[in-house]
Design a protein around this ligand. Structure first.
Ligand code: GUN
Ligand code: ZN
Length: 445
């Protein structure tokens, strides 16, 4: 691969931005710079001048270049049920999700779904994800295989569920262990793939299966753990019945040895202070999924509570509970969730949670999440505005409209993430290579 220099407005973070009134601390904005990407697909630096002739110029001036978004919790098979009407979590699982997931036992269905899903992530500006497939080994396999072919950073593993799920969607402890061991041997640490011990939620695993899941994590270095926790009150009551000895829903996972610094727990709405302290002390973190929480009516995440407890928070689409794969839409929903709780999230906190902050929470900040030299060039070019309404708002923020003066950068970026979506994505690069371009016909269109 030739060395490439991409000209655009570069934006990333060098430190964690503060809450409240947006400041500039930690925000690195380099308007009209060239991002330098070396032969290995790694970021070499940035410069305001065009570099020499040995760098292939990729002139995207006027566009915004961000680190590729990280989606820390999303379900591949649920593209089939995104935007399904009328239910709360437990009913939605039975009515829509479980029947859809059954189809992925078929290797051909799973492979087609993985291809469609990974291409869709790239088209929505997401370059890395922590993904739920189904209980079927073939569905995890298809994701690992598709991500490896695209050179994408992916974390996944077959879903564990040995109870409270329909026929065809349940495994058993020994079969699940064998499947996981085989997937770990073949995919964990291969290229940019990592294996996650994937407990659907406490309801669908027996104590014996949770114990097996904990053992897997202890037996292999660097494994992730992903699950759901404290998403709805109904589910919490059921967990309390099933695990009367646990102090809390989160404690069920703790007792099984599943909380550690590579543990990603979706939702975490109905947690108490002791739970939050446990997240901090174990290094586990919450994948906040506001689109899903609003759509399923699950509740309003206490982000300030997380901040106070000092545990990690990343941003997640949780499609198909969530209604868009685009992390800009997730941010717009996160803002509205906090507005309902009486807080105002600034754009920096949200953007950070989908880039550098997520990378840190996933212990991947040496590889992704920022434009620091040495990181892989997983980057996305965004149009600042699409359509007349967004264009006008952006022109006013830039001071380009008669009678207006330039507003702080935050106003432009906040308008982008409030008004924008995947139509703003002009191009997505994975490890320095163009992986998706709006103006080309998509492979599977
Ligand atoms: N809890 C258990 N399974 C699921 C799922 O598929 N989606 C969501 N949002 N919550 C869950
Ligand atoms: Zn989920």
């Amino acid at each position: 691969m030739m060395k490439r220099a991409i000209r655009a407005d570069l934006l990333d973070f060098t430190a964690t931005p503060g809450w409240g009134t947006p400041g500039e601390a930690g925000v690195r904005f380099r308007p009209d710079h060239w991002l330098l990407v070396d032969e290995a697909g790694r970021i070499a630096g940035a410069t305001p001048q065009q570099p020499g002739a040995d760098w292939m110029p990729d002139d995207q001036r006027g566009r915004l270049l961000l680190p590729g978004f990280i989606d820390s919790h999303v379900h591949c098979p649920q593209l089939d049920v995104i935007a399904s009407w009328g239910s709360g979590l437990l009913d939605w699982l039975q009515t829509y999700t479980f029947p859809a997931e059954l189809r992925h036992a078929d290797a051909a269905v799973a492979a087609a779904a993985a291809e469609r899903f990974l291409d869709a992530l790239l088209a929505h500006g997401t370059t890395s994800a922590v993904v739920f497939p189904t209980v079927h080994k073939v569905s995890a396999e298809a994701l690992f295989e598709g991500a490896a072919r695209r050179g994408m950073r992916l974390v996944t593993g077959k879903v564990l569920m040995d109870r409270h799920a329909p026929d065809g969607l349940r495994d058993d402890v020994d079969g699940a262990r064998t499947d996981c061991e085989d997937l770990i041997a073949r995919w964990h640490g291969q290229g940019r793939n990592s294996f996650a011990v994937t407990v659907r939620f406490a309801v669908t695993s027996t104590p014996a299966q949770l114990a097996m899941a904990g053992e897997l994590g202890r037996r292999h270095a660097g494994l992730y753990m992903q699950t759901h926790v404290a998403e709805t009150l109904d589910e919490g009551l059921w967990v309390a019945e099933l695990f009367p000895q646990a102090r809390s829903y989160l404690d069920v996972y703790h007792q099984a040895g599943l909380l550690h610094e590579r543990a990603v727990l979706a939702h975490g709405i109905w947690l108490d202070a002791q739970d939050r302290a446990l997240l901090r002390d174990t290094g586990a973190h919450i994948a906040h999924s506001p689109s899903s929480n609003l759509f399923l009516g699950s509740g309003l995440f206490d982000w300030p509570g997380a901040l106070q407890a000092d545990h990690g928070v990343s941003l997640a689409s949780d499609v198909g509970g969530g209604t868009s794969l685009c992390q800009l839409r997730t941010m717009a929903d996160a803002y509205k969730v906090q507005a309902l709780r009486g807080n105002k999230l600034n754009a920096w906190v949200m953007l950070h949670a989908a880039t550098r902050g997520a990378a840190q929470a996933l212990r991947l900040d040496h590889e992704i999440g920022s434009l620091e030299p040495g990181r892989l060039a997983d980057v996305v070019l965004w149009d600042w505005a699409v359509g007349p309404v967004a264009a006008q708002r952006d022109a006013v923020a830039r001071g380009a409209e008669p009678g207006t003066t330039a507003q702080p950068l935050h106003a432009r970026v906040f308008a982008l993430l409030t008004l924008g979506d995947e139509r703003n994505v002009a191009a997505t690069y994975v490890a320095g290579r163009p992986a998706w371009q709006r103006d080309l016909i998509a492979r599977h269109a």
